[in-house]
Design a protein around this ligand. Structure first.
Ligand code: ZN
Length: 111
């Protein structure tokens, strides 16, 4: 049977849904409704757990790993550049968790 193919398909659909949910979350955050934005992030993460699909790396930076809230720079999180370690430091304004990720653009220029 085509069970394996079905699974593939389901993962594709869930990845698409996750992206849509993050787009919606971004929109809500821009219009100031962070509660709704957080709800979209939660739904996206629920889909990931249910379908065992990883959240794409570029979307991982858009929410807090501690409280799961959508992170909107200048609204509920602080973004700083840590030039000594060549990384971006994001502090969640809701739970205070700090996450880091490397400068991506510079890496690209080097290679
Ligand atoms: Zn947080």
């Amino acid at each position: 049977m085509a069970r394996r193919n079905d699974r593939r398909k389901r993962e594709d659909i869930s990845a698409e849904r996750i992206e849509i949910l993050f787009t919606l979350a971004e929109k809500e955050a821009v219009s100031g409704d962070l509660g709704q934005a957080n709800y979209y992030v939660k739904s996206a993460r629920d889909i990931c757990t249910r379908t065992k699909t990883p959240i794409p790396g570029f979307l991982k930076r858009k929410f807090c790993g501690g409280c799961g809230h959508f992170l909107k720079p200048g609204v509920n999180c602080r973004t700083r550049l840590d030039s000594r370690h060549k990384r971006v430091e994001v502090t969640c304004g809701d739970c205070g968790r700090v996450s880091h990720y490397p400068y991506v653009r510079e890496k690209k220029e080097e290679g």
